[in-house]
Design a protein. Structure first.
Length: 166
């Protein structure tokens, strides 16, 4: 007669929470590090792109203020500084060329430079010490550009005594 040996098998664990608690903590620590690094890198890159675009737009707007007839260099500096403050860019350098804008000025250039590390919301860790420089040059809108020379010499050609047919 044969006797049958009975062996007791342990049931296969389906992931008892008490035994897996340490593994969950380690997995969360690894995933959270990657997640938060990605979030902060995205925020810093977004701020950098915002500052870069704002500097470009401010240089254009300031140059535009300088090419209008009757404008002077102070108008350009005031416009640039007002827009820089409105965009939250506190540390920057504005250069206007020529230093004195007159009626014979043909072009106005505005160069704005700022250090990104001094204009960020959080301490920079992904883009440290990045210097942003932009320059915009526009033609001056003085009277020489508004009235062609040939038309100015022949002023009588500008007047038309005949009425327009409507």
């Amino acid at each position: 007669m044969r006797t049958q040996a009975t062996t007791t098998r342990r049931p296969i664990s389906t992931g008892c929470p008490r035994r897996r608690r340490g593994a969950y903590t380690v997995e969360f620590a690894v995933c959270a590090t990657v997640l938060f690094t990605t979030i902060f890198a995205s925020l810093e890159l977004a701020r950098y792109m915002f500052v870069r675009q704002a500097i470009d737009q401010i240089a254009y707007e300031a140059a535009r203020a300088g090419v209008i007839a009757g404008a002077n260099s102070n108008d350009v500096y005031n416009k640039a500084n007002a827009l820089l403050n409105a965009h939250g860019i506190v540390v920057s350098n504005v250069t206007v060329t020529p230093a004195t804008i007159t009626s014979t000025t043909t072009q106005v250039s505005v160069q704005i430079s700022c250090n990104y590390a001094q204009n960020t919301w959080v301490p920079p860790s992904f883009l440290p010490g990045n210097n942003i420089v932009t320059m915009t040059t526009l033609d001056h809108e003085n009277q020489a550009y508004l009235v062609p020379e040939a038309a100015a010499q022949n002023a009588e050609d500008l007047e038309n005594p005949e009425p327009l047919d409507v």
